[in-house]
Design a protein. Structure first.
Lengths: 235, 307, 225
């Protein structure tokens, strides 16, 4: 197919790989927006999810509030913040952070709650303080789910960071918007492929991190089964 | 099991309502009348900057007054997106600029004056089942603006002055500026201006470009000569000593089968009255005073006795 | 990356008169948004169902089906819409095909997981009772799989409501059109109206679907939420 060969040509052309509008620079920008947004989101969302999960109260409120966050349209937020603040990174970071918060809050909360009551009582019976239970027992058990939340967030953010191009910034979305405006289909395709690949790499890389971070005694399966049951109950 | 039946029934009712809403003649879902058979209805489209919205609302208002059924699908994107929609029949009428359409359809065209452009354009349009109605005296040309500070610093008054300093400057405009004949390629070909330091793809003289020029994120901005913000900000429009783009008269372009005598009878008198000064004033009302384009269009039409 | 003077005065944040003048446009945008979402989820369900059944019947198909729909999901929505334009133009099909592709992944995954989650004992009991496979499917397995399927429908619906706004970039965005208008005119009111309404819409749709689910699965109610 012509389109495919055009695409390959575009991807392999040397000018694509150098300069301020080259693939490396744009990928770096894209990764930067995504990482910063997810990091800010994690800093905000993790404490909330973990603390509420630890206390065991306010869960419903937290989950519903974060669901509300999921309902906010990213493009709208970007444009809105741009109109208020002007040209720059802020609109994009605000929108992406808002997008990244809900999965982290929800998963952290559910993860913390999935610790068996018996296990918690046993730990308390052993004389562990609340804080020790939190760090020594609950967090390790909740880790698979917390990591799953961070993974989901990050992948979503990477896919959505394409919108940064809409307000004149860089990132891989630039190829989509510019290609669209210039009627350059190979450019659009190239951008799409690059974002898809980046999303997949992110997903896989975080999967690796997850295996490293989850303590050996806990199989991911049992935690996922717990989630499955929780999801069915919560849904 | 009865509960499931009830639930399914409820779901079915919801679906039925949804489908009914679809077929309810609501023009929200109507894509367009591709057969163009119904001669007293027109779908008006527009590209994505305020002047287009004003013009489209003007067309809509006078057509409605003439008894034509009007649907508007505005703010759709740039010409590269919207013109093919016209060719396909998804929309039937566009406010356009004769020179730009000529370059779009024939990048090698050499016509420059209004008459030459119109003559060259007619057969190209006919081949696509399109026709241009009467053109207005009003012209909206592409302009290149710099801030007062930049103009003073690099001694810029005409486009020729850009030649020695371009590699130090960042230029911003819509993404298509990179490829359009009247854009960066044109600067190179006609004025011999070398590549700029960087090209930032923003928007057609819209909020991104304006904001970027104000903040110094770009040094040179592609704007429209009729934009109110230029005067408002005290920007300098670099003079064109050699024609970069041909004449750019505002002209309605529509599908031949939709441009009935009724439609022409309504739009031609309107086009005759649109001048560059009037258009610039209207743009300022929307750009600077933030008035609503439809309201601005209607008020002006009433003033002109067309409504 | 400088932040210059804000392009718009804060005092003009919401021009209520604009809202009053444009109620028609707002209503049209809302209706279009609902129609696009409803149709996308509906088509998604219609397509996902046979795919899910195939994945159950021939388990080897599951991985490729999941893989294929998964890849579709990573394609940025903007790109998908743009790529469809040369084929389907600015008609509604461009938007619908793109939107449906995204609901497809979520729905297939949840349908398969839901159906698989039905206890083998229950299935065997039904077989023992002489249920035909079709009857078994509709009378036993689907109802039991409903919570997980509905969870998928909820996620798909809320996601689609968000995606429809991106569709505005190709002319079919429902409330997203309000964003674009606010952007082109550099005027926050339509923007704020669009953002608030789409958030409310997603929230309301979610609540509605929870209600539908409770209605369809009364036996699950005792299990806490």
């Amino acid at each position: 197919m012509d389109v495919l060969s055009d695409l390959v040509q575009w991807l392999t052309a040397p000018e694509q790989w150098s300069g301020p509008s080259g693939i490396p620079v744009r990928t770096a920008q894209h990764v930067w927006y995504s990482l910063v947004a997810t990091a800010i989101a994690a800093v905000i969302a993790l404490p909330i999810g973990v603390v509420i999960g630890h206390i065991g109260r306010g869960g419903l409120v937290a989950i519903n509030l974060s669901n509300l966050g999921r309902a906010l349209p990213s493009l709208g937020i970007i444009i809105l913040v741009f109109t208020l603040v002007g040209f720059g990174v802020v609109p994009v970071l605000v929108a992406l952070t808002a997008l990244a918060i809900p999965p982290i809050v929800t998963n952290s909360y559910v993860g913390m709650r999935s610790v068996d009551r018996d296990v918690r009582e046993a730990a308390e019976g052993m004389g562990m303080t609340g804080r020790q239970v939190l760090w020594g027992v609950e967090l390790p058990v909740a880790m698979p789910l917390i990591m799953a939340g961070i993974r989901t967030s990050t992948v979503q953010v990477v896919a959505t960071a394409t919108l940064a191009a809409f307000v004149g910034l860089g990132g891989l979305g630039r190829y989509l918007i510019d290609g669209f405006a210039q009627r350059d289909l190979p450019q659009v395709l190239g951008g799409a492929v690059l974002v898809a690949v980046l999303s997949l790499i992110t997903e896989l890389a975080l999967g690796r991190v997850q295996t490293l971070v989850v303590s050996k005694g806990l199989a991911e399966r049992s935690a996922e089964a717990a989630v499955g049951a929780k999801v069915q109950k919560a849904a | 099991m009865r509960r499931i039946r009830l639930g399914s029934a409820a779901a079915a009712v919801c679906l039925a309502l949804l489908v009914a809403a679809c077929g309810g003649g609501d023009d929200a879902l109507q894509g367009g009348d591709q057969s163009g058979g119904d001669q007293s209805s027109v779908i008006i489209g527009s590209t994505n900057f305020p002047e287009q919205l004003i013009l489209a609302h003007m067309y809509a208002a006078v057509l409605e007054k003439a008894g034509v059924n009007v649907t508007t699908r505005l703010n759709l994107g740039n010409r590269e997106v919207v013109f093919p929609a016209l060719e396909k029949g998804d929309i039937q009428l566009l406010p356009e600029y004769n020179g730009s359409v000529l370059s779009f359809l024939d990048p090698d065209a050499t016509a420059t004056t209004t008459e030459e452009v119109n003559t060259a354009l007619a057969p190209l349009l006919q081949a696509k089942n399109l026709v241009a109605l009467d053109a207005s005296p009003a012209e909206d040309k592409d302009g290149w603006a710099v801030t007062q500070e930049t103009a003073t610093k690099y001694n810029l008054r005409t486009l020729d002055d850009l030649k020695p300093v371009a590699p130090q400057l960042v230029v911003g405009g819509p993404a298509e500026l990179k490829t359009r004949p009247a854009g960066l390629p044109g600067l190179k070909k006609v004025y011999g201006i070398p590549d700029f330091k960087e090209f930032k793809a923003l928007d057609p003289g819209g909020p991104l470009t304006i904001s970027a020029l104000k903040n110094g994120d770009i040094d040179v901005a592609r704007v429209f000569t009729t934009q109110g913000v230029i005067a408002d900000e005290g920007w300098v429009l670099l003079e064109e000593t050699k024609p970069l783009a041909p004449a750019q008269n505002v002209v309605p372009i529509g599908r031949t089968d939709a441009m009935t005598d009724q439609v022409k009878g309504a739009l031609n008198p309107l086009s005759a009255k649109i001048t560059t000064e009037e258009l610039t004033k209207l743009n300022a009302q929307v750009d600077v005073e933030k008035k609503d384009p439809e309201q601005v269009a209607r008020d002006w039409l009433t003033q002109q006795g067309l409504l | 990356m400088t932040d210059g003077t804000p392009p718009v005065l804060a005092a003009e944040l919401v021009r209520w008169s604009w809202i009053g003048d444009h109620l028609d446009d707002i209503r049209d945008a809302l209706v279009q948004h609902l129609q696009l979402t409803g149709l996308a989820v509906l088509f998604g369900m219609l397509l996902a169902f046979p795919l899910a059944l195939a994945a159950i019947r021939w388990p080897r198909l599951y991985a490729p089906i999941l893989g294929f729909t998964g890849v579709l999901f990573t394609i940025p929505s903007l790109a998908l819409f743009i790529l469809l334009i040369p084929f389907t133009g600015l008609q509604i099909w461009t938007a619908l095909i793109g939107l449906t592709m995204y609901t497809l992944l979520i729905l297939v995954r949840n349908m398969v997981e839901g159906l698989r989650g039905v206890d083998r004992d229950v299935r065997e009991a039904a077989q023992a009772m002489g249920y035909t496979p079709a009857r078994q499917l509709f009378r036993v397995e689907l109802p039991l799989a409903l919570p997980v399927i509905m969870a998928g429908v909820r996620i798909a619906t809320v996601t689609t409501i968000g995606l429809v706004t991106v569709t505005a970039l190709i002319g079919w965005g429902g409330l997203g059109q309000l964003f674009l208008d606010g952007f082109t005119l550099n005027f926050p009111t339509p923007l704020i109206v669009g953002v608030v309404l789409s958030a409310l819409l997603a929230f309301a749709a979610d609540l509605l679907l929870v209600g539908v689910q409770r209605g369809l699965t009364p036996w699950a109610r005792g299990g806490g939420s």
